[in-house]
Design a protein. Structure first.
Length: 128
């Protein structure tokens, strides 16, 4: 596929900025850098959520992202979001509490699904 030189230039600028801010270029972005037409929209979405402090402070955004990474089971995202939260001022206690909440919510998801199936299979009544 022929690359658009303007897209290539914009992609390189944004990846350099990302590396300056977080200290590295994520693997996903490294791989997609062969396709600026795919990477640039990905960066747009990411930046719309994480760039600037619209309502939530950066620390809170990254603690939420950490919880989502835990729920999604992505060790790479867990590390990245934990490091980002720390970089934006999250303390060890705040990160541990976020991890506990994320792990608890993962557990309750399993309970919520499995106990309803259990009730259905064994004819137990419950109300929503």
């Amino acid at each position: 596929m022929k690359k658009d030189p303007e897209q290539q230039k914009e992609m390189e600028r944004r990846l350099a900025e990302e590396e300056k801010i977080v200290g590295h270029v994520p693997v996903v972005h490294q791989i997609l850098s062969d396709r600026p037409d795919m990477l640039l929209p990905n960066l747009d979405v990411s930046e719309s959520m994480f760039a600037g402090e619209k309502v939530l402070p950066h620390k809170v955004k990254h603690l939420i992202a950490l919880g989502a990474a835990v729920a999604g089971g992505s060790p790479y995202c867990i590390r990245a979001q934990m490091e980002n939260a720390k970089m934006f001022g999250a303390t060890e206690d705040e990160v541990l509490e976020a991890l506990q909440i994320a792990c608890y919510m993962g557990m309750t998801r399993g309970q919520s699904i499995s106990f309803r199936v259990f009730a259905d299979v064994f004819g137990k009544e419950y109300s929503e």
